[in-house]
Design a binder for this molecule. Structure first.
Ligand code: AHG
Ligand code: MN
Ligand code: MN
Length: 312
């Protein structure tokens, strides 16, 4: 067992155990860095047209193989075109096996994001449904410390991996996001492409105490959604990946099924909020497996302020 089982629903425990076991193994591979094979070498393209790196594919294969031994019937991966039927089981699991691919090999936090539903009759039907039907959502973060944040719909649990044993130990039982914050995260290089609401909110942040916010803000952008989510869970803040005018970015960059739905579930369970500028993420249904959605999440006050800018 790679996981302290306290507070995990019994029939999800073998799935969580498989996820953390592979999390431990992937953390070990990443920690070897340049002493091992190059993890960032491009090995292909996924169905989204994103370049696939060696570690994207390796992580996907490891998670798929481990989950075959569990109650996961349907496996939907960002790195695979279609949903896989893994055999008998009650659950459907969606995964971004390796989030933050551009940060592989630069020794910056990356992660794995997962979302679990009860399986329905069809493979795709098990995922194309309102995000609030998730039974679990979470991430594993590979950084200076390997850890996990997960919700089963009853608060957010934080685990830390003991590097000596590879075991994930529960370190916090009810993580809460502070409601007010002074940190925002957005890829500002896309400013000229942003939709109006995002642009005016960021202008207000930049105006600091000379603007209507009346307080100075600070900016952080890691480029790994998992790392931003972990920072925001830990000390608050707001994250935006808005829709923009570039071709293919009409719905932003992040995928609803593998990234936005589980992060929104976690954030709401921690007392934060998540929307796409207009609609609550957990009320959305992905129109197709690899569909994207704009994403805004974090501390309540800032997330609501972003919404007000979109509505203005
Ligand atoms: P992935 O590595 O799974 O493709 O996800 C990368 C995502 C996310 O982690 C990050 O927030 C965002 O892409 C960064 O996008 P930009 O390079 O456009 O800033
Ligand atoms: Mn990702
Ligand atoms: Mn990925």
């Amino acid at each position: 067992m790679s996981l302290s089982p306290k507070r995990i629903p019994a029939d999800l425990l073998p799935i969580m155990d498989a996820l953390t076991r592979i999390g431990r193994d992937v953390a070990g591979i990443i920690a070897r860095g340049a002493l091992g094979d190059s993890l960032s070498v491009e090995v292909g393209e996924n169905s989204d047209g994103d370049g696939q790196k060696a570690l994207d594919v390796m992580a996907d294969e490891l998670f798929e193989a481990a989950l075959r031994e569990t109650a996961v019937k349907y496996y939907a991966s960002e790195e695979q075109e279609v949903v896989l039927d893994l055999g008998e089981g009650k659950y459907a699991l969606a995964i971004d096996p390796l989030d933050g691919s551009s940060n592989i090999d630069v020794n910056v936090s990356i992660g794995t994001i997962f979302s679990i539903f009860e399986a329905k009759d069809g493979a795709e039907e098990s995922f194309l449904r309102p995000a609030h039907e998730q039974v679990a959502g979470g991430y594993i973060v590979f950084g200076p410390q390997t850890g996990m944040a997960v919700t089963f719909g009853d608060g957010v649990l934080i685990y830390a991996m003991d590097p000596a044993s590879g075991e994930f130990l529960l370190v916090e039982e009810d993580k809460q996001i502070v409601p007010s914050s002074k940190e925002f995260a957005i890829n500002a290089s896309n400013r000229r492409h942003w939709v109006k609401g995002a642009r005016s909110y960021i202008e207000e942040c930049e105006a600091g105490e000379t603007g209507s916010k009346g307080k100075n803000m600070n900016m952080r952008w890691v480029g790994s959604l998992v790392a931003e989510a972990h920072r925001i869970l830990t000390r608050g803040g707001v994250f935006l990946y808005p829709a923009d005018e570039r071709k293919g970015y009409e719905n932003g960059r992040l995928r609803m099924t593998y990234e936005c739905a589980p992060i929104a579930f976690l954030i709401e369970q921690a007392g934060g909020e998540a929307h796409d500028g207009v609609t609550r993420i957990l009320d959305k249904t992905a129109p197709e497996l690899h569909a994207r959605t704009p994403l805004v999440f974090g501390s309540v006050e800032e997330v609501r302020s972003v919404k007000a800018h979109y509505e203005a």
